[in-house]
Design a protein around this ligand. Structure first.
Ligand code: IFM
Length: 441
């Protein structure tokens, strides 16, 4: 077959994404560390421990790996509990460390994107009620001001809050994240506070750095009605509007449209310069009267789905196209701030990457404003309540020895980054099983 390359626009960002608690290690002063010490909270009793030892300095080697393999950007997060270890105390040395990381990214030609909140809270904040407490958005704003004053010279892209939908759902409705609450109304209350926190952060960043680009990273989940039955369609739509739409819509027009009422958050109007899209998979949704707590939807992957190692992710690239189409409604540039798959053996990852990048290429061919892609993740890291059982890294990690193993997907992703596109030759080399699909004769 003749060489065919699906190119991306010049200046497209290609990177990987990480988060502080998942890679730094020894984050002993946050709610996740405390949660990990409680029996039964994390699969197999795993603990984050040293994680990828970025706090010990191993970020340097990992970012060398990113830069050497053609990436030009990196998304990471900072840990609130390190910078503000107590309500009335700042740790300037922690900010200096982050400055060092930011300089390190620039030196390596990696444009940093900084996330201010990625699931973890200082223990002191959690003891004051965390995001359930209506004072928390203002406390977050104080933290954000301190950080932006210290780091703004090196950052132009800021993500205020990572996946506020996943955070509110997991911590306050499913109870799988700390503080382990299972109450959907509390989750809605928390969503309102997260929206307020985001809005305050947006205003502060722009006050201090008018040219900054500020957004949220939303986890977009595709909910596909299991059948043409109107009830399946109805629950799929309801799930999607609650999970996907609520928060970014509120950040557009200041209205958080909860199922039975609308909460007004006027300060959130117009507080997104870009939309961060995190996409992993798509669910089939069937109406199920017995599942009141899950809004009457039974979610599952269809028989024959291309499943990841632990069955956690189905390879559903069309859902990614749908996510980008959904993002268009906000009329702002989009960045794919996460996309990836858990796959220790790296059997599936190459075709997952190729198929998703192909869908993103379809989107840019419609001139949809997609500006970059951050693969989750650079190196295996601590996967929250699923501990070390899920391996999302391009590089594998032996947690005990801190040895990194280069998976084959590294080479595929490097070729994509360097070429600024995906070719039939790459697909043939790394995932020939996807060739017919992606480059039909
Ligand atoms: O590891 C997480 C990340 O912290 C948030 N988005 C989903 C990833 C994979 O589960």
């Amino acid at each position: 077959m003749a060489e065919a390359v699906n190119h991306f626009p010049r200046g497209f960002l290609w990177g990987t994404a990480t988060a502080a608690h998942q890679v730094e290690g020894n984050n002993t002063n946050n709610n996740w560390w405390a949660w990990e010490q409680q029996p039964g909270r994390i699969l197999n009793g795993h603990k984050s421990g040293l994680a990828c030892d970025w706090w010990g300095g191993r970020w340097k080697d990992d970012l060398d790996r990113a830069a050497e393999t053609g990436q030009n950007a990196h998304r990471f997060s900072i840990e609130w509990s390190r910078i503000q270890p107590a309500p009335d105390r700042w740790d300037e040395s922690a900010l200096d460390r982050y400055l060092g990381m930011l300089r390190g990214m620039h030196e390596r030609g990696l444009m940093p994107m900084l996330t201010l909140h990625h699931f973890s809270n200082p223990i002191w904040l959690e003891e004051q009620g965390g995001w359930e407490n209506d004072d928390t958005p203002a406390k977050f704003a104080v933290f954000v001001r301190k950080v932006v004053e210290a780091l703004k010279e090196y950052v132009s892209y800021w993500v205020t809050i990572n996946e506020p939908n996943v955070y509110a759902y997991s911590a306050y409705s499913a109870g799988t994240f700390p503080p382990g609450i299972k109450n959907i109304n509390t989750a809605f209350h928390v969503m309102a506070n997260l929206t307020r926190g985001h809005a305050m952060a947006y205003q502060i960043i722009h006050q201090l750095q008018p040219e900054a680009r500020v957004g949220l990273s939303m986890n977009y989940r595709s909910f596909f009605p299991a059948t043409a039955n109107p009830l399946d369609k109805f629950v799929a739509r309801t799930q999607s509007s609650i999970f996907n739409d609520l928060i970014p819509s509120a950040a557009r027009d200041g209205k958080l449209r909860l199922p039975l009422r609308t909460v007004r958050v006027p300060e959130a109007i117009g507080t997104q310069d870009f939309l961060g899209v995190n996409y992993y998979s798509r669910d089939q949704v069937a109406f199920d009267i017995t599942r009141g707590a899950e809004l009457f939807g039974r979610l599952y992957y269809p028989d024959g789905a291309d499943l990841s190692a632990n069955g956690f992710i189905a390879n559903e690239p069309e859902g990614f196209f749908e996510a980008l189409k959904w993002g268009l409604q906000f009329n702002i540039p989009m960045l794919v701030t996460e996309n990836g798959v858990e796959d220790q053996s790296d059997q599936m990852r190459p075709r997952y990457i190729a198929k998703h990048i192909q869908q993103m290429w379809r989107a840019v061919n419609f001139n949809w404003p997609v500006r970059g892609y951050f693969h989750w993740s650079l190196v295996d890291n601590f996967e929250w309540e699923r501990g070390w059982t899920q391996r999302f890294g391009l590089w594998g990690l032996d947690v005990e020895t801190q040895t990194r193993t280069r998976r084959r997907s590294v080479d595929l992703y490097a070729e994509i980054c360097k070429e600024n596109g995906l070719s039939n030759a790459m697909v043939e080399k790394y995932c020939p099983e996807a060739l017919k699909d992606l480059f039909p004769d």
